[in-house]
Design a protein around this ligand. Structure first.
Ligand SMILES: O=C(O)C(=O)C[C@]1(C(=O)O)C=C[C@@H](O)C=C1
Length: 365
């Protein structure tokens, strides 16, 4: 046996021993989660038991990132624990997560990033269908896109909150990498059409102008649909992400072609219950004010006075009348914190309507 083989043999024996310990510890953790489920059921008899606890998951993942000794990065270690917790939660209750489909969309990638892979992910054709699926109880939670760093807000999602009773239970950000994809049978020179979602075509406009000028660009309902067509129609290509490429067996002709390297989409987790404080939270509200001078100032002043940072404010036309507006506001803090509760009580007095969409942990992964 060579020196190399001897040394590798020793190290692999050590790895086998460590794997055994990891397995024993993960199994002990999983048994604990089973006991947690029993406690939740015992103390909430006959009720809709909420097994998934977003605030606790955020705390666990934050602690892992903070205390990670290396050499793996904090993100990598948190990802591994994300999957362990996902498997533990599935033992308590298999979660059904509705997302804006079809399979292979960035929204599915966001759902799996947030919940891990031990969930049943259910593709739906439209944002309002995701809301309905969760409202009816057919899915435990839903995942919908809310804003993109290049293209701005996804208004359809914001508008759904005006009429939906659902709460925002979490957020997850995903770096969006677009690739030019085609089937193995399609040669580069033959490509006469590129399919993608409207937003993705916009996010890659400069690259397309510089590198594939003159080739027809056809918007379709999703990137996954674009990938499906490229797989079926010879001579066409798609702009889509890794998941869609893998799902439809496409090859990457050019990778990371988005014009802005920091291209990120933020997704919301929607559910039926409120989430407790995790120690680092955000809240979202919808407010409509009387149409009078200084209304916006009156709305924002209490936040400023109490030192609460706004992270987003968007204006949407109100469904109730011409030239009436609804403000969608995200801010730092949890609605159970006294200073946040005080500001909201003040706004409630002045507003025509104040809808509390929820408080939720700032995205960890
Ligand atoms: O602490 C709980 O309530 C659990 O159910 C355990 C656990 C975990 O595996 O750590 C699993 C699922 C919850 O979403 C949060 C945490």
């Amino acid at each position: 046996m060579s020196d190399e083989q001897t040394k590798l043999g020793e190290l692999r024996d050590r790895i086998d021993g460590i794997d055994q310990q990891i397995m024993d510890l993960i199994s002990a953790r999983a048994r604990c989660a089973q006991e947690v489920a029993e406690v939740k059921m015992t103390y909430n008899p006959g009720a809709d038991v909420f097994f998934y606890r977003p605030e606790r998951e955020a705390q666990v993942l934050r602690r892992i990132k903070e205390q990670n000794p290396g050499p793996l990065s904090g993100e990598e270690m948190a990802r591994l624990f994300r999957e362990i917790m996902s498997a533990c939660l599935a033992l308590e209750k298999p979660m059904h997560i509705a997302f804006l489909g079809p399979a292979g969309t960035f929204t599915q990638a966001a759902a799996l990033k947030h919940f891990g892979h031990s969930v049943v992910s259910v593709p739906l054709a439209a944002i309002d269908a995701v809301f309905r699926e969760v409202e009816s109880g057919s899915a435990h939670y839903g995942v919908v896109p809310v804003e993109n760093s290049t293209e701005g807000m996804i208004n359809h999602t914001l508008d759904m909150f005006m009429s939906s009773p659902l709460k925002i239970c979490g957020e997850v950000q995903l770096r969006i990498h677009h690739h030019l994809l085609a089937s193995a049978e399609t040669r580069e020179g033959e490509i006469h059409r590129i399919y993608s979602h409207q937003q993705s075509l916009a996010q890659c406009r400069q690259w397309l102008d510089a590198n594939r000028f003159g080739i027809e660009r056809v918007p379709v309902s999703s990137n996954a649909e674009a990938a499906r067509r490229a797989a079926e129609e010879p001579g066409t290509a798609a702009i889509a992400g890794d998941m869609a490429a893998e799902l439809y067996g496409l090859e990457k002709l050019a990778g990371n072609i988005e014009d802005r390297p920091d291209n990120t989409t933020r997704f919301l987790i929607i559910g039926r219950e409120s989430v407790g404080p995790s120690g680092n939270d955000k809240s979202s509200i919808l407010v409509s004010m009387r149409n009078k001078p200084g209304a916006l100032y009156q709305l924002l002043e209490p936040f400023h006075r109490d030192g609460i940072s706004l992270t987003r404010i968007e204006t949407r036309p109100s469904p109730s009348g011409t030239w009436a507006y609804v403000f969608y506001i995200d801010f730092e803090g949890h609605m159970e914190e006294p200073k946040v509760a005080k500001v909201l009580a003040e706004i409630d007095e002045e507003a025509v309507e104040l809808k509390r969409l929820g408080s939720y942990p700032v995205g960890v992964l």
